[in-house]
Design a protein around this ligand. Sequence first.
Ligand code: PEP
Ligand code: MG
Length: 566
Amino acid sequence: MLKGIGASDGIGIGRVMIIAEQTLEYTPREIADVDAELERFRGAVDKFCDNTIAQADAIRQSTGEKEAEILMGHIAIIRDPFMGGEIENIIKANQCAEAAVDQICKMFIDMFSATGDDLTMQRAADVRDIRDGILAILLGIEEVKISDAPAGTVLVTKELTPSMTAGIKRENVVGIITETGSQTSHSAILARALEIPAVLSVPGAVTSLSSDELVIVDGGKGEVYTAPTEEQVGEYTAKRETFLRERRELESLRGKPTVSADGIEYELFCNIGTPKDATKAVEADGEGVGLFRTEFLFMDRNQLPTEDEQFDAYKQASLILKGKPLIIRTLDIGGDKEIPYLGLAKEENPFMGFRAIRYCLKNRAMFKSQIKAILRASAFGDIRIMFPLITAVEELREGRALVEEAKADLRASDIAFDENIQVGVMTETAASGVIADLLAKEADFFSIGTNDLTGYTMAADRGNSDVSYLYSPLQPSVLRMIRRIIKCANAEGIPVGMCGEAAASPEMIPLLISFGLTEFSVSAPSVLKVRKNISKWTKAEADEIAGKVMAMTTEAEVKAYLETVV
Ligand code: PEP
Ligand code: MG
């Protein structure tokens, strides 16, 4: 078995077609007629752009606009005056077009590859694709015809470039295996868009696999089975059928409301970390954003983001959501989330220390600038504010007072904002669970952060494997906390959501329905699965399950029971 990164879910069973790298060898030579060589280069770029437009059209038909844009991005890169200008400068110094293209593209590839950042490294793959395309034109080499791949083909290549992907006929290609690429590389994005199972970053795939051999590609697990037995082929054929059936079922839920089997409607939101993720939330059919973790804005930089920078980010996310709710959590630093330039003192016990709302309330200028940025963005959509790590009513009051101060400042400067902006509490500490009755009287909504609530209730660090046996939201103590928080919110008539990972857990869903949760906020890929799981239960069935669970004494009992009913 070969192991790689599972980049596009599903099972593919088929015969290998190796896409060998083209040998784009050339002999560097001095040229005498610079103008003619410049013409040759420009002609090659024009042809490359024409080919790319044709490929993008093909991808637009087979896959979609967004995927076509990846290819159209190549035109923007090669038409970039700086890059083109640098290439032409080398030609003007009497070098041949091949050498000029190769040299400048290599410079960009090295520069992008060195960053270690996934997105920028993707640019390196794009430039490599451009270089190969232009060199092939200059050298008069025909491109490999992936479009000729017969039915049942598993493509094996060093790197799946966007232009290769354009040739893929999804009815013929059942799997993709590459030697490079990550979850977020363009090849992964395209494979997912084409719904072709893909395993990327399999070391030596091109040399260790041979043309025409039978393989099984498990794109979910990131596994490739070579020389499979008949039994394995049977097993994976059945798995493929199940996978495809489930995918069809899930897709049928797209655009539908989130309702239980007896018609109770729920809100199903997404958790995001950047404004761009808002697009993923929309594409995943999320009905809004239940948790925008704003830490990203403060990380990977050397100083605090300005109010304007934050405003732009929040506004951008809100515009992408087109009026759907956006719950923005104020800065939640400390604990496992470090921001070096803030110079936080080393603490004996950072998870119980000076962090999140505690830090923000003591650094009021910084906090107020974040709140003002959120308020200003609230003029552009349905934005709500949420405070993390609340443990006492005073923290909520102080936070709210600061919101009022920020509002007064904006009013004085005639800047628009939502006067009725909702201010909620993330209930993720044991204290907030215990005083949920008091907090519910002063908060506009709750969102239960089970990732931390589990840790703080069980006094078990969420990252420590030695105590992971205690870290479970199905512990009777954590379940009682969750039930209490929901009941207290229900009693005061305020909405109560869950944005911790447990919201997507199939075992937890009937319990949450029974307790009275009103909103689920999950990662984008989980949206349709959660909608499906919610649709399975009536309130009466959920109550029966919850009744039994809440009478149990240990986590093991709860888990074992839920596994039999879910
Ligand atoms: C949580 O604690 O459950 C949560 C959603 O927030 P984070 O994971 O960002 O701490
Ligand atoms: Mg948390």
